[in-house]
Design a protein around this ligand. Structure first.
Ligand code: FAD
Length: 347
């Protein structure tokens, strides 16, 4: 499978001014994928026979020789090692790092995607091959092309956008309460955001955004909401269980490193297991310190970038993007990448 089947190449970084003129343009080398297309591609590589959908893990019990895992349907499983990769609202975190909690950053993200038929063809074409930023005082918005694997309009190219709004914690209930009157904890999914909020979003887009970005936001049928914040854990592993990715550290999206961090946690865990000859306890002890340090650094760098872009308004127009896992720029990719199940080729 070639990278271009599930990700879109981006070769330009653009900053817009309020009238929609390009205030800055420079080269960059990123690939953008939607969550669903990346998920599907990786599920294909891994193989469905080893991946059980619809199984919620609720509890762990560590023993000398292994770990017992309880599922929501009441069944139990045993394993040598339990890896909790269960995301921002991790159940595993409650078992391994029970004191850790989500700290709201003071802003939320409006998000959405449009297809070719949702906006004018010239605007759709304009957003191809570039990641586009607009800095407000305060706040910022960005848009970039993705390849969408599945939605009602079928597979194809989309323009994905994110617009961050500062909202005081005391006013969050109004945003996070969905059409059914249910207060959602961290996100209000597409199709469930209240109509009065969507009207407010479109009105503000008309007033505050450059025309291209306003068209994309207004053309989105089902925008959705995501709270932005941090999670940091003091512990990623117990004897035979560990937390990886967002289950351990949740960083704000500004350095675009959450997925790479999850992959790196998993990759380094597999290396430690090999290095320790399959001794799970020794491997977890070897693995944990560096991944905890990485998670702490990623959260700190994202918080700093978010502070400058969103809260303080000090991010300069034209500044290179802070994207990267260990350092800004380390996630740029200029080569070719192809993968078949069980085989990988990258240059
Ligand atoms: C606005 C925004 C923009 C972002 N942009 C980027 C970006 O550009 N680049 C980037 O790298 N990252 C980005 N991220 C972050 C990225 O989405 C996450 O860091 C990444 O998805 C974390 O992967 P994960 O595998 O740890 O968790 P997740 O992707 O959240 O996966 C967790 C999985 O566990 C399952 N699960 C949950 N609970 C259980 C349970 N009890 N039992 C079994 N399964 C369970 C869930 O169904 C889900 O499939 C962004 C995030 C936001 C909010």
């Amino acid at each position: 499978m070639a990278l271009a089947t599930f990700a879109a190449a981006v070769g330009k970084l653009r900053y817009l001014d309020r009238r929609g003129a390009v205030a800055h343009e420079s080269p960059c080398h990123y690939w953008f994928a939607s969550y669903s297309s990346l998920y599907r591609a990786f599920l294909g590589f891994f193989g469905r026979e080893r991946y059980r959908l619809g199984c919620e893990v609720c509890a762990q019990e560590e023993r000398e020789d292994g770990v017992r895992i309880r599922l929501a349907d009441g069944t139990e499983e045993s394993a040598d090692l339990l890896v909790w990769a269960d995301g921002i609202r991790s159940t595993g975190r409650g078992w391994i790092a029970p004191g850790a909690s989500f700290r709201y950053a003071g802003y939320l993200a409006w998000r959405g995607a449009v297809g070719a038929g949702d906006i004018s063809s010239s605007t759709f074409a304009w957003f191809q091959e570039s990641v586009t930023y607009f800095l407000l005082q305060p706040g910022h918005a960005l848009a970039y092309p993705i390849v969408q694997a599945d939605d009602a309009r079928g597979p194809g190219g989309r323009i994905n956008w994110v617009w961050y709004w500062n909202v005081e914690a005391a006013h969050l209930d109004a945003f996070m309460t969905d059409r059914q009157g249910v207060r959602q904890p961290v996100s209000v999914p597409p199709g469930t955001v209240r109509e009065d909020l969507i009207r407010q979003l479109r009105e503000r887009a008309r007033l505050d955004l450059p025309p291209q970005l306003a068209e994309v936001v207004i053309g989105t049928a089902r925008p959705f909401l995501q709270l932005i914040g941090d999670v940091e854990v003091g512990r990623m592993a117990s004897k035979r269980a560990c937390l990886i990715g967002d289950a351990a550290f949740v960083a704000r999206p500004h350095i675009a490193a959450g997925t790479a961090k999850a992959a790196e946690d998993a990759w380094q865990l597999s290396r430690s297991l090999v290095q320790c000859g399959g001794d799970v306890e020794a491997a977890l002890q070897l693995w944990e310190p560096a991944q905890r340090e990485l998670g702490t650094r990623v959260v700190a760098r994202s918080r700093e970038a978010g502070g400058q872009m969103q809260m303080e308004g000090t991010w300069p127009v034209g500044a290179p993007l802070p994207y990267g896992l260990y350092n800004p720029g380390d996630s740029e990719f200029r080569g070719r990448w192809e993968c078949e199940a069980g085989e990988e080729r990258g240059t």
